[in-house]
Each structure stands twice: as structure tokens, then as C-alpha cells.
Unconditional design. Sequence first.
Length: 443
Amino acid sequence: MKGLTFLSLICSLSIFMLPCDSQAAISQEQREATYRQLEIFANVLSILQENYIEEIDADTTIEGAIGGMLLSLDPHSSFLSADDFDELQEETRGDFSGIGIEITIHDDILTIISPIEGTPADKAGLKAKDLIVKINGKATKSMPSTDAVKLLRGPKGSEVTISIYRKGWKKLKEYTLIRDIIPLHSIRGLFLEPGLAYIRITNFQSKTTKDLKNMLAELEEEASIKGLVLDLRNNPGGLLDQAVSVSDVFLEEGMVVYTKGRIPEQNMTFQAHANNGKNNYPLVILVNEGSASASEIVAGAIQDHKRGVIVGSTTFGKGSVQTILPMPGGSGIRLTTARYYTPEGRSIQATGIVPDVEVPFVAFIEQEQNGAALPDFVREVDLQNHILNQDDSGKTVEVTQDKIKGEKQKGDPESAKGRLKRDNQLRTALNILKSLNLYTEFK
């Protein structure tokens, strides 16, 4: 999802690997052209050092240049300082302190993609497509998303004030939020009705599959699971291996996802393993415009294998893989290196996963008021310099679908009854699950 700052306070779909030798892919002509441009860069840096009004820090200036170079490629490639690199590793473990939002740069403005459920941002009522105009009084226009993350993060219990603009507002509104530890566990679960379970995955961290299996075991101890709603809404993604292993929990065999890049090392295939019929109950996957990356891998695999029914609204459409490359001095770069494809060869880049049953979300308060206009989500296709969709043969596919409208679900009460009352998409998913369960029983 970010121009995404991942995972934005949580990490995006990434494959951690060491740099590979791709020198053979660069021709002598390209290399000579590159050297000429580097000479120009060195001359400019020298002129700045000698003539700029103030003395400049060469390291900072060069890091800024590298960051700008990566940002010009696509919304998901970026330079990581040593601190950023350490924070990224923390994010994959799910242990960091902040306000809990996923952000992107949209039209040169810092924009919220979605608040993370249960975090200070979520509780304060921040919404998708809110514009963050200032952080602690500092204007965010043209601010790199990595710099914004640094300002938004801080020790637990400390304050940060952000100035928000929302479509329809006449002036900015300030929110003072208390930073907190963003929840470590990405799994929540309960029974909606006897035998019909509900599990929500908020993001894909290093322990997500383990936590999912533990949650399924806990629910099984309470009652036999006869059907499951797996909620991936507003899940911005996470680790590729966790998307594969979560899919594998519900698949008996076959491909989960494959990736294709410019060099052979980036072409990978991931397969499911036999579960001996375990977890083979009816399955409904809930998705929306905030479901991105790893979430789309799971939804695409389940959909292509016809293992379950996808319900909700069209997903974000992030079909690219980022590789984290360590650099000297503890820094690194996050580089888009491949597209991923569903088992049937679909690229969801900038298009998303279209649900089997489309159900736009209607907020509970709007249901009572006969439905007010819903704000737009930011989707991959809206991001500047987003990578074009390509089919498996490498042919570019034009994306013409309209922007999808929708809204993040409100904070969920603890009870199943409360969730169902406030969530029309979940009610639809439960009704479908009941039908699937009855069909299985009478089959």
C-alpha cells in the first residue's frame, strides 16, 4: 500500500536477501553512460561544498541524493539509513512504538492509507485518505515518508501532534496522540456463532502463521470449527514467507504464488503442502481497499484454488516484491525487484483482487442515517510512479477500473454480536459461510 512506508508503521511485502551479482545485465554502453552521469554528480557535489551559502554535510547530502534516486523509481523503493534499517527489522518482529498508521506520499502530500486497528491513531478516529499536513508543527509537504516515520515514532507515553485535513473540512484539525507500543500479535479470533469462527489478521509479521495456528487450536478447544471467516481488511501486508505459510494452512497442494523479475534469482515459486484434510472447512476471506501485498497473495491463492469465497471490495493492488539489500555502515536499500503472480498467472499490480461477492462497506452510523457519501481509499493505482501491471508474458496491461469507494470498519466491540451489528461486510460473510456450511453438510 505505501508510496508505502511499510508497515508504517508496519513492514510491507519484502524478501530479505543479500545483493546478487547482476553485472552481466548491464551493457558496456550503459556502464559508460552511468560513469558520465556520476562524474556530473561529483562535480555538482564539489560545487555545493565550495559555494553553497552554508557548509554542507557530504554524507547527509549524498544520502538525500540516493533517497531521491530510489524515490523516482516507484513508490516502494527507498533508502534506509542505519536507524531506518534497524527500525525495519523491529517492524518485522512487530515491536515498536508509534501511533499506528500506514502512510504514503500521494500528490506530494503525506497521506494516511489506513490506521492500524486498536492503535492510538485508530482510537482517535483517523481515517484513510486523511492528509497529514504537519507533524509537531513541521510541514510535511515534500517530506520523505521515512522522515515522517521518524517524527511520528517515539518513546511509549510521549506525545505527538499532527495537523490533519480531511475532504470536506474547511480547516485543519489538530490531534495530539500518545505514542504506544503497536500490538505485537497480529491475530484475533472468536466464534460468531456456534461452530462458525472469525479470525482477523492485522498484518503479516514473523510469527503470524504460528499465531494463526495457535488461535485455531484455541478455538478448536472451545468448539469444533465448522467454518471460518478470515478477515484481511485494512491489512497492509508484511512478510512474503508469512503470506505463503498462512495460505498453506488452508491449502492441500498446488502453487501459492510465484515471482518474476529481471534476473533469474528473482524468479521464485512457492508451493502448498498437504495438510491431510486439516482445516478443510468452508472458508470466507474478507478484503477491502486497505488489503495489500501479503493480504492479496493469500486472497489470490484462495480464490484461484477455489478454496474459499472472497467477500468485500477490490483490494489495494500492490503486486510487487521489495528486496532489502544491506549496505556498508548499517544502512540499506529497499528495492522493487519483481512482480508476483497468483497461481493462475494473474498480476494484481494496480488492479487488485476483485472479490467473488462485492459488498461495499457502510459505516454503522451511516446505515442509521440512510447512507452518507463514503470517502475514497488510496490504492496502488493512485500512487505516483506506480509500477504498471504486466501479465506473465511481460505485456503491459492497462488499468482502467474506477477508484473504489469505501471506508475502514469502525473499532470493533469485543462481542460477536457487536461486531456483526456494526459491520455489514461481516454479516454478509457470515451468511455466505452458513450457506457453505449447509451445502457441505448436505453434500
